[in-house]
Design a protein around this ligand. Sequence first.
Ligand code: MN
Length: 228
Amino acid sequence: MTDFVISPPARAVLPVRGSDAVFPVRRIYCIGRNYADHAIEMGHDPDREPPFFFQKNADNIDCSGKFPYPPETADVHFEMEMVVALGSGGRDIAEADALAHVWGYGMGLDMTRRDLQGVAKKMGRPWEIGKAFEKSAPMSALIPATEIGHPDEGAITLSVNGVERQAGDLNQMIWKVPEQIAYLSRFYDIAAGDIIMSGTPAGVGPVERGDVLIGRVDGLGDFTTRVT
Ligand code: MN
């Protein structure tokens, strides 16, 4: 038994739909500009330039259904994304083998302090201050791939106060899920417990306190987040 000099921090976990068991989270990788229409709205060429990833912290996950408006910003945006949860990992994983490492799928919001991210981009600085803050990753429960397979097409949408704001199709991903896993595994030892936020379709925009966000992905259901 290890003696800790302080109490060890709580492990980040995601609930599993229809189960009392939980999924332990190790890392969160997030791909940038992975739907062409979103790349265009952010002022970039949607051509297939190499993918890029940033990370959020595992303890940024929140499944309470509430998103507290964060400090030091006046422009917080929603980005609705499908979440991919890995049950195993490795290095240099081939695309053809990648989906065998996926344990399940869920939905998440890559909440972004867009004003701070904009300053970081302009100054050539890291993005963490805009992306990896407290409760910046509201998420749904996961659903095992053994139940739903591996979604690669179907609508992904987000409504705000009943008005649809984001709409795309999983088949519009520039880098598909197996390609994302293969690419990440060239640079990192990816592992069980890692999750990937697989990108957002066009239509991102700001939230205000009181907003009700409902994200949907075909085959995964929906999840609701209230901005408090
Ligand atoms: Mn995103």
